[in-house]
Design a protein around this ligand. Sequence first.
Ligand code: DC
Length: 218
Amino acid sequence: MSAAVIIVAVDGAAGSGKSTLARGLAQRLGVAYVNTGLMYRAVAAASIARGVDLDDAEGLVDLARGLRFRLEGDDPPTLEVEGYVPVDLTTPGVESRVSLVARHPVVRSVLRDQQRTLGATGAVMEGRDIATVVFPDAPLKLFLRADQMRRVDRRADERDADTNVVRDALERRDARDARTTPLEPAPGAIIIDTSDLSIDQTLDEALGAARRVWPERR
Ligand code: DC
């Protein structure tokens, strides 16, 4: 992929700070912010609304094809799913179903095409397989790590939820997700451990890496 197009692939475990970083980086680089997890979450939410079984891959594909994704706003343009507001996509029902939606290769393939279209003119794109499958030639790949305790605390804060409940849900999801796509840095990815970094420090590290790839972007 030509470095002329700004594509930053961001991955990392839940609660590692990847969404906060990805949004901030997109803003600073002047490109779109695409959280691809929302796309899988929207399919999970639709499967609840329509009563589609999680083993019914073709039924889930139909739901995925029926969703409309768009970039809204400008600081940064941000992925939205028509008909869904963010809280619809973080309900316990969605949390418990989403990895079971994401394990179907046919669902992944439909969403992958959409992701490539959304990123065509530049994006900071967050998600499991962005650096390996969706944009394997992304000029910059970032992988965020954090201690499990920090991840649980952050997720509990974000969702205003009980720490023990969050820990259980996170462990179950990590284990399921690892069966679909291993949580490993892609070849060439820059690893940032955010356990002891503030949001600004994490952003500074990522911006430093971006400026080495795109020196003209100040
Ligand atoms: O990042 P997140 O928690 O919003 O991801 C939600 C789910 O979707 C999680 O099970 C991982 C999965 N996912 C995926 O398999 N591939 C992506 N590109 C993004 C998310």
